[in-house]
Every structure is written in C-alpha cells, then in structure tokens.
Design a protein around this ligand. Sequence first.
Ligand SMILES: Cc1cc2nc3c(=O)[nH]c(=O)nc-3n(C[C@H](O)[C@H](O)[C@H](O)COP(=O)(O)O)c2cc1C
Length: 221
Amino acid sequence: MSKDRLVFAPSTKQYEKSQLLRENLDPNPIVQFNKWYQNAIASGESLPESVTLSTASLPSGRVSARVVLFKELDLRGFIVFSNWHTSKKNADIRSNPQAALTFFWKSLEQQVRIEGHTEFISQDESLEYFRTRPRESRIGAHASPQSQPVLSRQALDDKVGLARQKFEGVEDIPLPEGWGGLRIVPTEIEFWQGRANRVHDRFTYKRENEDSEWAIERLAP
Ligand SMILES: Cc1cc2nc3c(=O)[nH]c(=O)nc-3n(C[C@H](O)[C@H](O)[C@H](O)COP(=O)(O)O)c2cc1C
C-alpha cells in the first residue's frame, strides 16, 4: 500500500433496508418524492431536509455544491432559501439557471437526485417564510454578506450587533435585500434504493419541459 495514501476504505457495507418496485411508483415524481420525504421524517431520519444544492458557473463550467435546507414543496418544484445577492451560489445561478439537488437519507439507504432549472419565488412568498424564522436568524440574515470575506469573528459579531440595534423595537423585520427562495423546477428526478450486493433499485423520471409528460425508466446501478 502506498505510504502516501491516507484513506483506503474496504467495501463491506450491505444495503438491505428496502426495495423499490415499479408498480409502487406514483406517476408524478413530486408526489413520489413527498411519499419518501414524509416517510423519512416519520422514520426519525436526522435532518431529512438537508440537501446538497449543486450549481455551475458559466462560461468556466466550474461546479460548486453546498448543503442547504429544503423548506417548501409545491407541484412545480422544490424551494430552498438563501442569499441571492453576495453568495457564490448566487453568482452561479445568475450565469447559469440550472441546478441539482441531492438528498441522502442514510437510515433508509435512499437517495433522490433532482435536476432542473431555477426561478426565484416572489418577494411576498419569501417574506412569508422569512417571518417564520426566529428573530435572531432574521437579524443574522441582515448582518451577513454571505460568502464574502470577513476580517474576524469579532467583525462578524459587530455586524450582528449593528443589525440588532437597527431593528430594536421593530417587530416585523423586513426581508433583507437579495434574500429569498429559489425554486428548482425539475425535468429529471431519480429515486435510488440501496439493495444487497450493490444491485440497487434506481428509477428515473424525465420530461422534456414543464408541459410534457413524465417518462419512467429503471436504470442499472
Ligand atoms: C445543515 C446545513 C444547512 C444549511 N442550510 C442553509 C440554507 O438553508 N441556506 C443557505 O444559504 N445556506 C445554508 N447552509 C450553509 C451553506 O452550506 C453554505 O455555507 C452557504 O450557503 C454559502 O454557500 P455558497 O458560498 O456556495 O453560496 C447550510 C449548511 C449546513 C451544513
């Protein structure tokens, strides 16, 4: 074994929790997702709403990914909230409105992959969610120029302090500039269920665009 190698992980894990059958799939992948998501919540999966959001910058093609929290689902798509003013994901989305979400529910041995285009939800819809956040989180969103360099922890805490002062006595803190929801409108959704000996179940739903029908295919693992 190379002396330089720091990790070498033998493959011993078996995935045997469940199986996914074609006849059990809902024709609509968003409905199917909701079934799995509700099951992930009910099963006590830790942070089932945490999801990797991947974006790519054009023209370089550089890809970046980060974990965010999935907060809303409607029949059009999946909504996450962030800073669309200063963050890296913002710069990516402005250059290329395509994105992917990847959920992994470890205790259920399930993965869901979503690909599609993105659209910003309205200010009113964003405000509705913003108002549900604890006061200090709303203040934090005002104070933090997300993904921009900050000199020190103290400098960051000072920004929070200033925002706290600014909104003293203000019950209904306004939406920070550029802060809000992004909807990923899917054109492809894949459901992956781990199975024994790495012969997993995978089904993908695809459609040309939002107005076309979903087609379902089983994929080799
Ligand atoms: C569990 C978890 C949940 C997170 N939720 C969010 C979120 O909902 N929105 C968000 O903007 N960042 C969230 N973050 C922070 C992001 O991972 C990331 O640091 C931030 O969005 C800046 O990313 P960017 O520089 O690529 O734009 C979360 C991180 C973790 C680990």
